[in-house]
Design a binder for this molecule. Sequence first.
Ligand code: RBF
Length: 168
Amino acid sequence: MASRDASPPMVNLPDGSSFKIGIVVAQWNPDITHALLQGAKDTLKKAGVKDDHLEVIEVPGSFELPWGARRLLTSAKRNAVICLGCIIQGETKHDDYIASAVASGIMQLGLTSGIPVIFGVVTTNTPEQAIERAGGKHGNKGAEAAATALQLAHLQQGDPSNKKTIGY
Ligand code: RBF
């Protein structure tokens, strides 16, 4: 089958100058995750997010991303938290277990806190596929995660029920 571009269209970014954003980045496969981080930072900067409105923390691996995201949600009021990681398939099924635990942890955290928590985790069969998604021919998934965070933060600002934080 011919390959197709499944990425979201790059719409105009909302004004991020008032947004407070947290990023949690995993240290496994650091060449990839740091490229995702750079992509995310570039996009946030383009949207006007101020340096002092951005906090970045690192966790050992993708499995710890939900824990790191929760920490960012509880330590300050933020408009969105972005989780960046890279899980590459090995000889065993570890990648499946880690990826599904992380995906459900991130989803749960977003729903219980009411604050957007964004899944920016590249899960691939090979290192090459990861490189292609961290600034290569398939774009930068960190940049896309940041655009999603901005879009949801913007949507939430227009939500009249968004007067108090639930959960944490
Ligand atoms: N973390 C990642 O972010 N990406 C990986 O590809 C990855 N592979 C792992 C493979 C194995 C066999 C194990 C045990 C851990 C791996 N981790 C990986 C680390 C994991 O996310 C977590 O940091 C550790 O399991 C400690 O909780």
